[in-house]
Design a protein around this ligand. Structure first.
Ligand SMILES: *[C@@H]1O[C@H](CO)[C@@H](O)[C@H](O)[C@H]1NC(C)=O
Length: 435
């Protein structure tokens, strides 16, 4: 009842009053939340695992993540998408963001560049969307949040590590200063990168597939990295793309994701909205939700476009999905190096090779096929671009290439009129040349 009342009030107050509402509603919610917590804890009971204090901690963490929804939508893949009032989103739990004035629009300074036709070669013209759209949409003034389940948290190594990438062993960067690479054994990459300049954003159109994952603790992702700093304990990173991660989501679906960190994946940052940081303003696209449809080998191809750019005035890092979904932004105050600019951009794939049976994993990257197979068979990134100091989209100069074992996963770059700078990447993992 209280929740409905609050939704009505939120609607009445509108979004221009967002900061006050935020304070007001947190006062209103405190008794409700602690009441709910007490009930759950006493009904907990003692069946196996955990212990009651861990149970209580999991419940508390769920309460923090799952804000009271105005409306909920059940997705065909089993997800529940909660439409949460914009001012109640997890970002505002961050101590530095308590008084943050939400930016309701991206700045007028949208990066300019040659408009390259998206999806020209796709054999289907239907736009890529999200599976949960089949069962409803979120109202204006709310944002769709994938509800975290108890089991999601219990799959993590600890409550603190839930929603975070694995910690890296530092320091180690030597020849190639790439995150995840050389710093964490078992991670394999097939990427292209630029460095040596100041970057203010990046763009790519990424082919979407459903790579097979051998072990639940492995993942396969295709993303771009916007990096600041020099690969020490204070590396800053903003990341976005698609991933298949049974540990994080409990299934093998291909999902849209973001990540950020300002301390090399240690204490700060997380995937999606699983900690406070990213401020979402869009009611259509849920971070962590399944992408639909997906590409088929030798048949229909689908891709998603992602643009991340820095507002030259306020310094916030904005993200756009497709041609007209501005999702929201990472406030500049989350970062150190990235509060100025990025020093490196990377695009490509990453998998975990846990060698659980003493052989290379058969977890696939991209489509699971090597770049040589080309369009319709191998996965691609096309129209990769960077945002320069003039807030213009530019072709990246002097692309570097990196793979650990090109007989397992590989990259092949190219350039064409309608695809701009592009590359095919990926592979099957274990094969006769990658034992
Ligand atoms: C994910 O895929 C693997 C490999 O195909 C399979 O063994 C596993 O059961 C799948 N997991 C889920 C949750 O569907």
């Amino acid at each position: 009842m209280l929740l409905d009342l609050e939704a009505v009030m939120a609607a009445k107050l509108g979004i221009h009053n967002i900061v006050q509402l935020c304070f007001f509603s947190s006062l209103l919610l405190v008794p409700l939340v602690s009441g709910g917590r007490a009930t759950t804890a006493t009904t907990g009971g003692g069946s196996g695992g955990g212990g009651s204090s861990q149970k209580l901690n999991v419940q508390n963490h769920l309460k923090n993540l799952n804000k009271p929804p105005v409306k909920s939508i059940k997705s065909p893949d089993g997800d529940i998408i909660d439409c949460v009032h914009m001012s109640h989103q997890p970002a505002f739990d961050h101590p530095d963001l308590k008084n943050h004035k939400i930016q309701m629009k991206p700045p007028n300074f949208h990066p300019e560049g040659k408009i390259l036709a998206d999806s020209k070669v796709s054999s289907s013209s239907s736009p890529v969307a999200q599976l949960w759209h089949q069962n409803g949409r979120c109202p204006d003034g709310t944002i769709p949040v994938r509800r975290t389940k108890k089991e999601d948290i219990l799959r993590a190594s600890s409550i603190q590590r839930f929603g975070k990438k694995k910690q890296k062993s530092f320091p180690q960067p030597s020849a190639k200063p790439l995150p995840d690479i050389l710093t964490q054994s078992g991670h394999q990459h097939a990427i292209v990168y630029v460095e040596g300049d100041k970057y203010y954003g990046a763009k790519a159109t990424i082919n979407v597939w459903d790579p097979r994952i051998q072990q639940p603790n492995e993942f396969s992702l295709s993303q771009m990295w916007i990096l600041g700093g020099s690969f020490g304990q204070d590396l800053n990173s903003i990341e976005a793309g698609w991933q298949v991660s049974p540990d994080l989501y409990g299934d093998n679906n291909t999902r849209l994701f973001t990540y950020w960190t300002s301390d090399a994946y240690q204490a700060t940052g997380c995937y999606n909205l699983l900690c406070s940081g990213f401020i979402q303003i869009n009611s259509d696209i849920a971070l962590g939700a399944s992408i639909y449809p997906l590409s088929n080998y030798g048949s229909s191809q689908y891709d998603i476009s992602i643009l991340v750019w820095k507002d030259p005035k306020e310094g916030n890092w904005w993200m756009q999905f497709g041609n007209n979904h501005v999702l929201g932004y990472w406030p500049a105050s989350l970062f150190s190096y990235l509060s100025d600019s990025a020093s490196m951009i990377e695009w490509g794939g990453e998998v975990v090779n846990s060698e659980s049976d003493g052989q290379h994993t058969s977890t696939q990257m991209g489509s699971g096929h090597f770049p040589d197979e080309g369009f319709g068979k191998a996965s691609y990134f096309k129209n990769i671009q960077v945002v320069d100091g003039e807030n213009k989209l530019r072709a990246p100069k002097d692309l570097g290439i990196y793979t650990e074992q090109d007989s397992c996963y590989n990259v092949k770059t190219g350039n064409a009129d309608d695809w701009g700078n592009y590359f095919y990447y990926g592979g099957p993992g274990r094969n006769p040349n990658c034992p």
